[in-house]
Design a protein around this ligand. Structure first.
Ligand code: MG
Length: 128
């Protein structure tokens, strides 16, 4: 199965879809956490390659071309597929992990202190 029903899809369903794809090919034996993390990083490199040597303006321009946008989407998907698979083999509930992390980020970067400021340690507003 390589398709899901139309409409919003839960991340858990995507994880299950990837699991099914892997199992059908007997690839579970290769999916050690380190290999999956490396693979995600390699795919991120492929994404960066699409931006390499392009200015911000050139990237914005290129995104209007469907082939380029599709290529960007394809590499983002590759990264996420490996990360979701990594969640599956390590038992991480990605929905729970994302929500927990966003709650932490809300606390770490209150809007009153960080609105319009890049999230760098160097930009932390001085408090007396
Ligand atoms: Mg790729």
């Amino acid at each position: 199965v390589t398709t899901v029903d139309e409409g919003p899809v839960e991340l858990g369903k995507i994880v299950a879809l990837i699991r099914e794809f892997v199992k059908a090919r007997d690839w579970e034996q290769f999916h050690r956490p380190t290999s999956l993390a490396m693979s995600a990083s390699i795919e991120l490199g492929e994404l960066l390659e699409l931006f390499q040597w392009k200015s911000d303006d050139e990237i914005v321009q290129a995104l209007h071309e469907s082939g380029y946008k599709e290529a960007v989407g394809s590499e983002i998907a590759d990264v996420l597929i490996y990360l979701l698979r990594l969640c599956d083999v390590t038992g991480v509930d990605i929905t729970e992990a994302l929500l927990r992390k966003m709650k932490k980020n809300e606390e770490k970067y209150p809007v009153k202190d960080w609105e319009g400021r890049a999230p760098s340690k160097l930009n932390r507003r001085q408090t007396q």
